[in-house]
Write a protein that binds this ligand. Structure first.
Ligand code: GTP
Ligand code: MG
Length: 403
């Protein structure tokens, strides 16, 4: 797991390196994170995208000014963490800069969440009128604090109140600010209301469990234009390999980027996410694996223990695919041009129950593939599965190269 022990170098992300490198951040999708004071905005961002341990969450200070957090995944993103007194009018960039807004609402604050919902609805309407393609997510946060019954009740109540407030909003009061939209016309308003109500995605979240990663997974997937193509490749792989489910993970954040969507349930995604984060907790053990070039014959070999050796007691097979991709040019043009085919990628399998096995392959420096399948299929068809994997990997590369 040679490259996983540390954070990827800034600006060396997967998506980013598939296109010309730029010093500015205009190529990043911008995600604006808003919310009431102490709702948990900074915690939602930093525990996932900067891997700050949950125990440090109580010590995040008050956010005083906008902080931009860059993260390189399939799609390079920039998350804007805002102070609670943030006003749209103080934004120094046009609203069209943002692809997505995440509104964090503290679900345990029953006394203030109605005010927070009103604020969300007001912001959402103004953002939507300025940029109708913007996507809205509400993280109903700190959910682990409430009992299960109470949590479900609050969750439903917050969604219901938000929809009601969208319906009841005095749209006419914004008519002078948006002269191009006829906010006096009831039919126009009805269309806006319907769009807004159906567009908000709600997620219950907590920094203490996998729900937060799941919510970010919905946010990131919403911004991936290539998602359907990747999903259909995963589906193809799953059926040709007689597997049950396949998940493509962003390794550093532990966020699912795509799945085959076959018999998938939220519970299953949560279990697989949990598995991956538990497994990656051991990543530091392997960070010293590095490739050693033998001076005599130029052969590369792994130095130290690789994950497969450690977990399964088996040899790591060198990953020889991608040779044909190596171009003569000195200038790397695609991210895989920088990949070393002899790099000891991590791979691991776990028998979860007598009949169920989870297998994991590091797929690129930043992506891991997790496959859930029957143990007997794994034992009988492992060679075929690894063979299919080379095609899946190639397919994903091709999709990413045209993005
Ligand atoms: N129980 C619980 N507390 C949380 C969770 N996430 C954050 N908190 C707590 O909420 C408080 C505020 O968290 P922050 O992330 O600083 O909130 P913020 O919205 O960025 O706050 P400001 O920047 O001051 O507006 C901290 O004391 C955290 O410990 C969670 O999932 N569960
Ligand atoms: Mg903050």
């Amino acid at each position: 797991m040679a490259r996983n022990g540390s954070q990827p170098p800034a600006g060396a992300g997967l998506g980013e390196s598939s296109r010309p490198r730029r010093d500015d951040d205009s190529h990043r999708q911008k995600i604006l994170v808003l919310g009431w004071r102490k709702a948990g905005k900074t915690s939602c961002i930093k525990t996932v995208f900067q891997q700050i341990p949950t125990k440090e969450v109580p010590f995040f200070g008050v956010t005083q000014k906008i902080e931009k957090i860059n993260y390189d995944s399939i799609v390079p993103i920039q998350i804007w963490d805002t102070p609670s007194n943030f006003e749209l009018d103080n934004l120094e960039v046009p609203i069209s800069t943002f692809s997505t807004v995440v509104y964090v609402l503290d679900m345990q604050q029953d006394d203030s969440y109605h005010d927070s919902i009103l604020r969300f609805v007001h912001l959402m309407i103004r953002l939507h009128l300025s940029n109708p393609s913007i996507k809205f997510h509400m993280f109903i946060h700190k959910s682990e604090v409430l009992s299960e019954d109470y949590r479900g009740e609050n969750y439903a109540e917050i969604q219901r109140t938000t929809s009601e407030e969208i319906e009841d909003f005095p749209y006419k009061s914004l008519a002078s600010q948006y002269p191009n939209i006829d906010l006096e016309d009831q039919q126009t308003i009805s269309v806006i209301i319907n769009n807004l109500i159906s567009d908000v995605r709600y997620s219950m979240t907590s920094v203490h469990d996998v729900t937060l990663r799941d919510a970010w997974s919905r946010v990131l997937q919403g911004g991936m234009e290539m998602l359907p193509a990747v999903e259909s490749l995963l589906l193809d792989f799953t059926s040709h390999s007689s597997a049950d489910n396949t998940f493509l993970f962003d390794i550093n954040s532990g966020v699912i980027l795509a799945t085959d969507n076959r018999h998938r349930t939220d519970d299953l995604s949560e279990q697989v996410t949990e598995y991956l984060s538990s497994f990656l907790a051991f990543r530091d053990l392997y960070k010293h694996i590095k490739k050693r070039k033998s001076s005599s014959d130029g052969q590369a070999q792994a130095d130290g223990v690789d994950i497969k050796d450690a977990v399964n007691g088996e040899r790591q097979t060198a990953n020889n695919e991608g040779d044909e991709d190596q171009e003569e040019d000195d200038e790397p043009t695609n991210w895989w041009d920088e990949e070393d085919p002899d790099e000891p990628w991590m791979t691991q399998s776990t028998r979860l129950m007598p009949n169920t096995t989870l297998a994991l392959w590091q797929f690129t420096p930043y992506l891991a593939l997790v496959v859930l399948l029957r143990t007997e299929t794994w034992q009988a068809r492992r060679g075929t599965i690894e063979y299919n994997l080379t095609f899946l990997r190639q397919g994903v590369r091709e999709i990413l190269s045209v993005v």
